[in-house]
Design a protein around this ligand. Structure first.
Ligand SMILES: Nc1nc2c(ncn2[C@@H]2O[C@H](COP(=O)(O)OP(=O)(O)O)[C@@H](O)[C@H]2O)c(=O)[nH]1
Ligand SMILES: [Mg+2]
Length: 264
């Protein structure tokens, strides 16, 4: 089954168009749409629920605006599929591409990322400022991943990529956390055009830039600790003797002294 997660905040006009568009595109596959709504005052959740008679839609309501990344993780937790997809509700991600993304994952790729920065990808209507911020954000993430558009909110993956991963979603950029912590071998980037928003407003505000810096700090620390752990493990030989650091005579003196102190 394919589960599509759609995070929403005030997207009533958009969700009514998005749901049928995805349903038609995925009609030959078993699929479900999980709308994760953060108590939108415009009635997005009610509008989506009304469509659940005709379409395979489930609405997950949260009591407050807890952020895009956490909405996606909330959706993953309730999804039944072994292929999981994420798409914005506002039609800036062309819904007619979901079939290509799903197929890429079903045909063996662990992750399919909708990319604005690979050959053929485009962005419509962004100001110079927003383009620069986006490019800058990608540059800052370079040591974590070589995916060209790790800021993308349009992606599909196999469930096992995120199984057993504990997430700490911060702000908007959940794909970067998945790429840093997930278990995967291959990623396919699929070019697409990020379209102009026709209805409603962007919820991206200045605070999200700060959230992104927080996320980067957290992921760098995570990666650094992981490298240290791997190094310590690789020093443990096959018979399971302790790593060098524990066998080091200075360390032994220190632990002996501590044990004697405790015994005393
Ligand atoms: N559930 C939930 N969805 C959100 C939140 N913030 C944004 N979204 C949704 O995430 C998607 C992308 O947000 P948008 O404001 O369009 O970001 P932009 O495209 O980067 O300007 C849209 O479907 C929004 O409705 C949030 O706090 N909670
Ligand atoms: Mg948008």
């Amino acid at each position: 089954m394919i589960s599509i997660i759609v995070p929403t905040y005030n997207e009533k006009d958009n969700i009514q168009k998005l749901i049928p568009a995805i349903h038609i595109t995925l009609s030959r596959y078993e699929h479900e749409l999980l709308v994760v709504d953060d108590n939108s005052p415009d009635g997005t959740a009610e509008a989506a629920e009304e469509m659940s008679g005709e379409y395979p839609v489930k609405v997950l309501r949260r009591s407050g605006k807890f952020g895009l990344a956490s909405a996606v993780i909330h959706g993953f937790k309730h999804a039944k599929g072994d292929v999981l997809g994420v798409i914005d509700a506002d039609l800036q991600h062309p819904p007619e591409c979901v079939g290509d993304f799903a197929l890429a994952v079903m045909n063996g790729h662990d992750i399919a990322v909708g990319s604005r920065y690979t050959g053929g990808g485009k962005i419509e209507g962004w100001s110079m400022y927003r383009s620069l911020v986006s490019r800058g954000a990608i540059m800052l993430s370079k040591p974590l991943t070589n995916v060209r558009d790790p800021m993308s909110g349009y992606f599909f993956l196999k469930r096992r990529v995120i199984e057993n991963v504990s997430f700490s979603p911060i702000g908007y950029k959940i794909l970067l956390e998945i790429l840093t912590k997930g278990s995967y071998e291959n990623v396919k980037e699929i070019p697409y055009t990020f379209r102009i928003r026709k209805h409603g407003k962007s919820k991206l505000c200045g605070g999200e830039y700060f959230n992104y810096l927080k996320l980067l700090c957290y992921l760098y620390v995570y990666r650094f600790k992981k490298i240290l752990n791997i190094e310590a493990e690789s020093r443990t030989d096959k018979e399971g003797t302790l790593p060098e650091v524990v066998q080091n005579p200075g360390f032994k003196r220190l632990t002996d002294a501590t044990n004697n102190k405790r015994a005393g």
